[in-house]
Design a protein around this ligand. Sequence first.
Ligand SMILES: Cc1cc2nc3c(=O)[nH]c(=O)nc-3n(C[C@H](O)[C@H](O)[C@H](O)COP(=O)(O)O)c2cc1C
Length: 353
Amino acid sequence: MTYKELLESARQSFGEHCKACPVCNGRACGNQIPGPGAKGMGDVAIRNFEAWQKVRVNMNTIAENKTPDTSFDFFGLKMRYPLFAGPVGAVNLHYGDKLDDISYNNILVSAAAEAGIAAFTGDGTNPEVMKAATKAVAAAGGQGIPTVKPWDINTLEEKFALVADSKSFAVAMDVDAAGLPFLQGLTPPAGSKTVPELSDIIAKAGKPFIVKGIMTVQGALDAIRAGASAIIVSNHGGRVLDQTPSTAEVLEEIAAAVRSADAENNRHTIILVDGGIRSGTDVFKAIALGADAVLIARPFVTAVYGGGSDGVKLYTEKIGKELADTMKMCGVSSLSEISTKNLFQPKSAYIRF
Ligand SMILES: Cc1cc2nc3c(=O)[nH]c(=O)nc-3n(C[C@H](O)[C@H](O)[C@H](O)COP(=O)(O)O)c2cc1C
């Protein structure tokens, strides 16, 4: 199967909302929710994608001719690439009835683990989703990250018991899900968390805790103060609040603040980022701007609907090879060498894009 064939197959499998575009840039789906679009005006997903395209890399092949090492250590797991499949919930509603969250996570989690990366699973109002997701993670030897919504503490304790059984190496919470239209006013209740509330949740989680949905320096420092081991710079692909900046625009400042807080406390908070990352070159740029690794969400749905397990492996390889190629062409041989020195800073007053 080629990537083009995968996209053609996904077009046959999807419902009416996602067009499986050659590049998933947020334009065709716009503000369609239900569907994979963004909230309100619907331009945040577009801005996420376009911001990465504005960042350019410095080519430099006067360097040692080494095979780039793309491996990434994550809470003791040696991954092939600094890449995760992002959590996506309610796939049947947004992408069509061919799959539901249970069958989707079953395919994604095992295929991602076989491809040498790991998948985050989503959560929803149906309790069966988290039960099945944690079983899928357990079947993959714990190589997956259950993501819980910001429920009330009683509901979270029930979910954490399932997470413990999954033997996952970490657990995540999309704290920004408070903005999802379908979570508002529902039972069980979900919503924003204060630092003390988040501290209590993290203490009860019993695993390294990842806070997803950070878009400000203050949010990052609060998450760390509450005990998070990792943060995900994310605007939920534009689905929880309209008119936010893109993640690429805020990443550098957040990463600098986290690294300086880390230096004072002699620790390393893992910084992940998502939103419109669509190539290995985008992964390289995200690492240069301060991320340790990235999540890609919507294109993995296309990979699963279009090609099942093989689709996930093909897409992972595609991104991984592009990353290795970019590293080689920019003269770096390990992820730790990638820095803002590898990014182009325009100096010419004569040409501006
Ligand atoms: C249909 C859909 C459902 C999603 N469901 C979840 C979810 O359950 N939990 C979560 O943390 N993020 C969820 N997300 C957000 C993604 O994980 C990710 O943050 C966002 O899509 C940006 O990444 P992308 O541009 O690579 O898609 C969802 C996104 C989409 C499009």
